[in-house]
Write a protein that binds this ligand. Sequence first.
Ligand SMILES: Cc1cc2nc3c(=O)[nH]c(=O)nc-3n(C[C@H](O)[C@H](O)[C@H](O)COP(=O)(O)OP(=O)(O)OC[C@H]3O[C@@H](n4cnc5c(N)ncnc54)[C@H](O)[C@@H]3O)c2cc1C
Length: 381
Amino acid sequence: MAGIELDREQEDVKLAAREFAEREIPKFSKSCDEREEFPWKLWKKASKHGFVGVFIDKKYDGRELGYFDNALIWEEFHRVDPGCGFAALGTTIGAETLELNGSEGLKEKYLPHLPKGEAIMAIMVTEPGAGSDVAGIDSKAVKEGGYWVLNGTKMFSTNGSIADYAVVLCRTEDHGERYTRFSTFIVDLKSDGIKRVKLRGKLGMRASDTAEVHFEDVYVPKENLMGKRGRGFHHVMDFFNRSRTWVAAQAVGVAQGALEMAVKCAREKKVSGTPLSNFQAIQFRVAEMATEIEAARALTHKVCIAIDRREVIPELSAMAKWYAAKICMEVVDGCLQIYGRDGCFSDCDISRFSRDAKALEIYEGTKEIEKWLIGRKILGV
Ligand SMILES: Cc1cc2nc3c(=O)[nH]c(=O)nc-3n(C[C@H](O)[C@H](O)[C@H](O)COP(=O)(O)OP(=O)(O)OC[C@H]3O[C@@H](n4cnc5c(N)ncnc54)[C@H](O)[C@@H]3O)c2cc1C
């Protein structure tokens, strides 16, 4: 189902993404999950076919299609495989805030490589001692002549060990209001003083790279400070307001893919000689899951349309991300239940989907943080 009505161009984008995903992603999904390997060839091909970073302006070699079309593509890729979908499309992570807050020079230098599949980006906020509490970070940047000198450790950075450059949040001020003590930098990750360690043993989304990154006296040119000094915290929030749209789309795609698998299973699998699909309890569960997916998709599309109209509503982004990830977890669990024992083994795709789904309730804001934000906005606290 399509959710909010798509125009002709959007139908074409969605169909092209579906065809590409169904044709190309299965070649990588199982092996990249097993080996925790980034699907390099898939990323290159997805970029060549114009699916990567479609929200980036034409001026910087993107397609300027906006967040709605971006979400359509993310949904289709994740419907086929969450880990490979995230790995291939998540290579532009951080470009959202660079495009909004970067100087013309930074945007011209760093953005055009992303949609062309020539470079990979990351955003590094989380640290060993600070996750949800973004303002609790310790990484520091100190001004020295024409440079900022960065020291600190970032954790759980998507693309951390493979990215070419990253948005890095650092503390730049010792005094002032809590949320104005930070700045963001675009850091070339090949600079001296950077050590990167790929994290292994992730529950799901294993095709996507996650790393720990150490900065020791890393000299960053002063012009790589993004936007205004002291606005770093706000740049990260700007990022979340947008990135939560593609997490919501991921969740809708994962749930949709899982439901389609479970429907096939329910039609084929017989219990006491009767296909599972004939049992009313199964029909009810499928009805509930399909309805929940449709509701999550509508909410996701709504927030994307708002952002494309330049109406950024933080609580709406949080609602879409929280609700879509929540129903995704429930749907994937319900689908695995339909598979029964077969779903408990790794050769069954639904087992991989069930591992992949959990991260959606954690990154770009945990479900508790989403609800906290929504509740505070509604109550005016
Ligand atoms: C696969 C993956 C990819 C990631 N990619 C990136 C990335 O690219 N860049 C990056 O910077 N980070 C990334 N992260 C980190 C992610 O953003 C953090 O895990 C997330 O922000 C939560 O932080 P935490 O894990 O430290 O949890 P904590 O903040 O320690 O929270 C632990 C638990 O307590 C709850 N909690 C915390 N505060 C409150 C509160 N005030 N009220 C109620 N409950 C609360 C949380 O919801 C959570 O359930 C990634 C994580 C994963 C798993």
